[in-house]
Structures are given as structure tokens and as C-alpha cells.
Design a protein around this ligand. Structure first.
Ligand SMILES: NC(=O)c1ccc[n+]([C@@H]2O[C@H](COP(=O)([O-])OP(=O)(O)OC[C@H]3O[C@@H](n4cnc5c(N)ncnc54)[C@H](O)[C@@H]3O)[C@@H](O)[C@H]2O)c1
Length: 251
């Protein structure tokens, strides 16, 4: 039920952090993976993750460049032999500042990566998957899909939209074999969050004290859910935004 042999996946942001761990997990479960990201770490990730029997491929490109997305998607599709079963939309950025001084440029960049590229790639992969009659789209949402947080207005707006878009796409595609779900990671210790300790230590302490599991999450904590949502075991799960948060939201 949980195995992915013969499946082909695209993972954006898979060069490092949470999405690299999820790319690894999809591959370990049997999927060929194309890792799409903006830095050279995609090459190293593909080399480490791939094996002779089940290759992993690197595609380097900037998701902020909306005009280039079709080309990047085409490159992934070509490497995967013209099929894509799984799209894991994981790339994301975040900048932290009070709303009143939050730079316009930051707002636009965050929306471009976290929301716009996610929609356009889903649109492209959705078209391929609908023709195949099979597909799994997995978006990476956030705790900020549920609440507003502080000092990250653009990030919160983008992740709220990712949750809603997940439901909107699911409503259109679920009847044609394409499920669309989102994983909402809790507070995970990665590069994306490591500036909070320094910039907003009070918030860091408050968050740490509130996590029932007693620790921040790790990239490995997302591996099981990624494989599950990509697999046949999750065939009847769609339009869901699933927290993986050590109990944070339940508190
Ligand atoms: N770390 C957390 O606590 C946390 C919590 C909830 C959600 N998330 C989400 O998880 C996802 C991964 O976050 P992470 O913590 O691993 O962050 P990270 O910074 O470690 O990794 C982000 C990845 O996205 C890629 N990326 C960023 N901008 C890009 C662009 N313009 N074009 C192509 N690739 C680009 C980066 O190269 C990198 O591989 C993000 O969507 C993030 O919002 C993280």
C-alpha cells in the first residue's frame, strides 16, 4: 500500500531542508525523483538520493521567474520520461519584519515562490496527471495556514492561500484520479526558522514551551506523511491540510 515503485515524482525545494528529507523518503519508497530548486544543492541532493536502479535527477531553476516555469516543468517531465505521478510543492521562503515596515519587494518575492509558482506548477502537472487519470499533488502549507503569527505577514498570507488552493484544486480534480492535499508542518528546526531565536527570542521561547511533544520537529518527521499521501494508502484522502506539529495546534 505504501510503496511507490514505478512512480515518478517532482519535488520543489528538494535540495535541502524538509523537502530534501521528503524527496529521500519518496525515493526510498521506490519513486524516481526530479529535484527542482534554485541552488547547486539540487545536484548534490540528486546524486546522494539517486541509485542505479532508481535514479534521481536535478533541475536547477528559480521559481520566482514565473516566465521560466513552463521550461523548468518541461525539463522535469523530460527527465522523468514524460510522466509525473507525484508533485510535491515544497519550495518556500520567508522574511521576518513588522507589517508596517515590511518591504514591498519581500511581499512580492514570497508570494511568487510560496503561492504563484505552486499554482502554476500544479496547473502544469495537473494537466499531465488528468491525462494519465492518476496523480498526487502534495503542497507544503504551514501552521500559518491556520493562524496569523507575527512579523511574517506575507508568509502567513501565502500559506493561508496554499491551504485554500489545495481544497479548490481537489474539488476540481479528485473525481479524475488526482488527489490534492497539503502537509502543514509545525515548528521545524531548519534554515527557514533559525533566525527566530535571534530576531524574536521571546516568540521562540513561547513556541518551544507550547509544543506538547516537547521539541521542535525535524525533517525526518515529515517523511512518513509524504510517502503516505503519495501512496495508494491515501487514495481517498483529498482536499486535506494535515498538521504534523507535535500537537501544537491541539493545545
Ligand atoms: N521550517 C519550518 O518550521 C517550516 C514550517 C512550516 C512550513 N515550512 C515550509 O516547508 C517548506 C520547506 O522549508 P524548509 O524549512 O525546509 O526551508 P529551507 O530554506 O531549508 O528550504 C527551502 C527550499 O526551497 C528552495 N527555494 C527557495 N526559493 C526558491 C526559488 N525561488 N526557486 C527554487 N527553489 C527555491 C530552496 O532552495 C530550498 O531548497 C517551505 O515551503 C516552508 O514554508 C517550514
Amino acid at each position: 500500500m505504501f510503496e511507490l515503485h514505478g512512480k515518478k515524482a517532482i519535488v520543489t525545494g528538494g535540495g535541502k531542508g524538509l523537502c530534501r528529507a521528503m524527496a529521500q523518503a519518496l525515493h526510498d519508497a521506490g519513486a524516481e525523483v526530479a529535484i527542482l530548486g534554485r541552488s547547486d544543492n539540487v545536484f548534490e541532493a540528486a546524486e546522494k538520493i539517486g541509485s542505479t536502479e532508481t535514479p534521481a535527477y536535478a533541475v536547477k531553476g528559480d521559481l520566482e521567474d514565473t516566465d521560466g516555469l513552463q521550461k523548468l516543468y518541461g525539463q522535469c517531465l523530460k527527465k522523468l520520461g514524460g510522466r509525473v505521478d507525484i508533485l510535491l510543492n515544497g519550495a518556500g521562503i520567508q522574511f521576518r519584519a513588522p507589517a508596517v515596515t515590511f518591504p514591498e519587494q519581500w511581499w512580492r518575492r514570497i508570494m511568487e515562490v510560496n503561492l504563484n509558482s505552486l499554482f502554476f506548477l500544479s496547473q502544469m502537472a495537473g494537466e499531465t496527471m488528468l491525462k494519465q487519470g492518476y496523480g498526487r499533488i502534495i503542497n507544503v502549507a504551514s501552521m500559518c495556514s491556520f493562524f496569523g503569527s507575527t512579523w511574517i505577514p506575507a508568509y502567513t498570507a501565502s500559506k493561508g492561500a496554499v491551504a485554500q488552493l489545495t481544497k479548490a484544486l481537489s474539488n476540481e480534480w479528485a473525481g479524475q484520479g488526482v488527489t490534492v492535499n497539503a502537509i502543514a508542518p509545525g515548528y521545524m528546526a531548519t534554515k527557514l526558522t533559525d533566525d527566530m531565536k535571534e530576531k524574536n527570542p521571546k516568540q521562540y521561547e513561547e513556541i518551544s514551551a507550547r509544543i506538547p511533544a516537547g521539541r521542535w520537529g525535524t525533517p525526518e518527521d515529515l517523511q512518513g506523511i509524504a510517502v503516505f499521501l503519495a501512496s495508494d494508502a491515501a487514495a481517498y484522502i483529498t482536499g486535506a491540510v494535515i498538521p504534523v506539529d507535535g500537537g501544537y495546534l491541539g493545545k
